[in-house]
Design a protein around this ligand. Structure first.
Ligand code: FAD
Ligand code: FES
Ligand code: FES
Length: 503
């Protein structure tokens, strides 16, 4: 049941390194890194790229989170516990942090002593110029907080390599940094809940959980941070020109590059109803504001193919902020989730002043960055039918490097064979990076239907697939390269499924 907002506030309520801050006016529109550095003089947090690509600005953000019940029963509340996750503070706005506890590098030290992670970085020579170091330290501190790490066991090199993909160092080299992470004894490392007891902070946050927040600055810019979906829809209907912000991993980059400067913002950071992930029968329902880390944790055993793509989606910091709704509405032709959603026939649940409607995502995109969403509507949830036992799904992401890279080409291939496993009953194919939108390939799908599942057939289908795409040349790859990928990926699909090696 939807709860209504019962109190209105004209300022943000944010804790930073244990201190309560009431943030109002223009300060609410600053990035977190600027607020820390320019307003608080806490300059330990560094800024290098300002676009989420280097992790120098990493900080930990603690929230009272609902957690996903992976058995399929829906979300459970963790009530009084704060869960901390690393994010890039250069592309996180203060208004996204209402009812959040930020811990920056200054907040890790206790009684003048370095934290165990900082101490290990010194002892293992994990730092030279030092500019990247606070970011590495914060991300490692976040890994030690993380759900998956046993308190008694040290981080492994693999956990560190995966966990630090969002942090770049250009002078030390990663070996010493990984050594430092492995050297930290989690048993002797105080958890953030020991440094900053959860109870008092969570009590403040919970007592304000139904506040509707509207902050207006002197220059007239306004942000609304509603506490529920009804209030979000009402604000959007009354302000159809406003900019919707979920995780801001796209919006923050555009703003830092000077492409946009939103004056009226609807921030969805407090709309818990839009953050759940639940699984019932053959359907997965994902709230539009569920961030990618939450989706990744919830679907590991349910759709492992999609999970694998998410492990190379941006970086942990990006996945801790970016959302599925933002990926869909950003409408990039190389959005990594969209090929999967197209072949599965995901339904978008869209809400507006006239109620709720559902649309198949295959009918959603109408052109480059064009889609079927009115100015007064929001994407609320995504309903995803899961692959059946008879269907084989493979997802591909081709990029210039494995981690933290934008795709050059993406593909989702879903094939259903007959009972004998010899004839293709049905095929669905979606490619990204080859046209103005992520494309389905109807001619290639029709060609495959009823054909034997053989290498020669998939190769012929690959040649047909070339004719259905219109790639361009850009910094990530030439049109020719993308055409070749469009052809070859179907042969790769055959070899992956048949578990054969090409001759
Ligand atoms: C360093 C970096 C790496 C990245 N790597 C990848 C990657 O590997 N793969 C990939 O696909 N993307 C990547 N991205 C892009 C981005 O992270 C994703 O598109 C992400 O899912 C966007 O979600 P968000 O919540 O941050 O969106 P936001 O920036 O908050 O919003 C994006 C757009 O969606 C709109 N919007 C958001 N939520 C809703 C809603 N519920 N209803 C209607 N409109 C809405 C906003 O108004 C805006 O136009 C990367 C970005 C960065 C900065
Ligand atoms: S400064 Fe590079 S990610 Fe923020
Ligand atoms: S120590 Fe110089 S960039 Fe990492």
């Amino acid at each position: 049941m939807l709860q209504s907002t019962n109190t209105s506030r004209d300022h943000l309520l944010v804790f930073i390194n244990g201190q309560r801050h009431e943030v109002a006016g223009l300060n609410a529109f600053l990035t977190l890194s600027d607020y820390l550095r320019l307003r608080l003089g806490q300059v330990g947090t560094k800024i290098v790229c300002s676009e989420g690509d280097c992790g120098a600005c990493s900080v930990l953000v603690g929230r009272v989170e609902d957690v996903v019940d992976e058995s399929g029963g829906g979300d459970k509340s963790r009530g009084g516990k704060l869960i901390y996750r690393a994010i890039d503070s250069c592309i996180q706005f203060m208004y996204q942090l209402d009812r959040a506890h930020v811990v920056s590098i200054e907040g890790l030290k206790r009684n003048g002593l370095l934290s165990p992670v900082q101490d290990a970085m010194v002892k293992c020579h994990g730092s030279q110029c030092g500019f990247c170091t606070p970011g590495f330290v914060m991300t490692m501190a976040g890994l030690l907080e993380g759900d998956g790490v046993d308190r008694g066991e040290a981080l492994t090199p693999d956990q560190l390599r995966d966990g630090l993909t969002g942090n770049l160092c250009r002078c030390t080299g990663y070996v010493q940094i990984i050594d430092a992470g492995c050297a930290v004894d989690p048993g002797k490392t105080a958890r953030l809940s020991e440094l900053y007891p959860d109870g008092p902070i969570a009590d403040v946050f919970n007592s304000h959980s139904q506040d509707g927040v509207v902050v207006t600055a002197d220059d007239g810019r306004t942000v609304a941070i509603p506490a529920n979906l009804d209030a979000a829809v009402a604000f959007k209907a009354a302000h159809p020109g406003c900019t919707v912000v979920a995780g801001a991993t796209d919006i923050g980059v555009q703003r830092n590059k000077g492409k946009i400067d939103p004056r009226e913002v609807l921030c969805l950071a407090n709309v818990g109803e839009m953050m759940g992930v639940s699984y019932a029968g053959s359907n997965l329902t994902v709230g539009a504001c569920a961030n990618w880390s939450r989706v990744e944790r919830s679907i590991k055993d349910i759709v492992p193919q999609f999970h694998d793509v998410l492990t190379v989606f941006g970086s942990p910091q990006i996945r801790n902020a970016g959302t599925i709704g933002g990926n869909i509405a950003n409408a990039s032709p190389i959005a990594d989730s969209v090929p999967f959603l197209l072949v599965m026939g995901a339904q978008l649940e869209i809400v507006g002043p006239n109620g709720t409607r559902r649309i198949d995502i295959n009918d959603f995109y109408t052109g480059y960055k064009q889609f079927d969403l009115s100015a007064d509507e929001l994407i609320a949830r995504v309903h995803i039918p899961l692959p059946t036992e008879a269907q084989t799904l493979r997802l591909y992401k081709v990029s210039r490097r494995r981690d933290l890279d934008i795709s050059t080409f993406t593909a989702a291939v879903l094939v259903e064979l007959d009972n004998a496993g010899e004839t293709i009953r049905n095929a669905r194919i979606a490619y990204g990076g080859v046209a103005a939108v992520v494309l389905r390939l109807p001619k290639t799908e029709a060609f495959l239907t009823g054909k034997p599942f053989e290498e020669s057939v998939l190769r012929e289908a690959g040649q047909l697939a070339r004719t259905e795409v219109t790639p361009i040349t850009d910094v990530r790859g030439s049109a020719d390269f993308r055409l070749q990928l469009a052809e070859n990926i179907l042969a790769k699909f055959y070899f992956d499924c048949a578990q054969k090696t090409p001759v």
